[in-house]
Design a binder for this molecule. Sequence first.
Ligand SMILES: Cc1cc2nc3c(=O)[nH]c(=O)nc-3n(C[C@H](O)[C@H](O)[C@H](O)COP(=O)(O)O)c2cc1C
Length: 211
Amino acid sequence: MINMEIDLSLIGMEKGRQYETIITTQNSDGVKNAAPIGVLCSGPDTILNRIFKGSHTLDNIISQKEFVVNITHSPELFTSSLLETLDDSCYNEDLSLKGCDAYFKCNAISFTEAVKQSDPIKKKGEAIIIKSKVVELNVNKDTMAFNRGFGYVIESLTNFSRFDLIDGELKEFYIKRFKETYRVVNKVGTKDDIKAMHKIKKELKAKGHDL
Ligand SMILES: Cc1cc2nc3c(=O)[nH]c(=O)nc-3n(C[C@H](O)[C@H](O)[C@H](O)COP(=O)(O)O)c2cc1C
């Protein structure tokens, strides 16, 4: 790992965009935990997380005020950190995950109760927004933090290319799916992803679909 100057753009993180990461934390007894969590980049050395109450990650960040954000494109790491408990041998001594492309250490600065009305999960007071400062950035290999936007653009394009071949319920399903992916890309995607989704929407409207 190479210790870098603290600038999240070095790992492809743009201000205002959300990235999917694995956050590693530990509790006061040193029990380690890993979970996939979205990270909103709010500046070159600041991030925001919105974490639902009841998770180990939130409890550990509240009690320790420190955590590690791991950057990886490994489906296995994402899946096992959600569905299983990672063995201690998966962690390095500094709490980062073995095999990640890059990681950064954060100190939590503030905690705010919040909900976002556009979100599918709307219950008030169920989540905490955590603002944190990045205090160390380490890069193992050239990498870009994972953003969901591009995957949705490709999925929307694939569905678009099938539109004239399908009908009825499946078409309805694709339209519903497009509306949801459009919402998500506008929230998390890069400028280019958003531009692409606008174009697809325009074409769908031109075909007479109600969007
Ligand atoms: C890609 C991905 C991103 C996620 N982002 C968040 C998030 O930003 N906030 C959150 O509260 N949960 C998020 N989750 C859900 C948590 O990972 C999940 O609730 C997990 O069980 C929490 O684990 P823990 O109790 O070990 O902390 C995400 C899940 C996935 C798969």
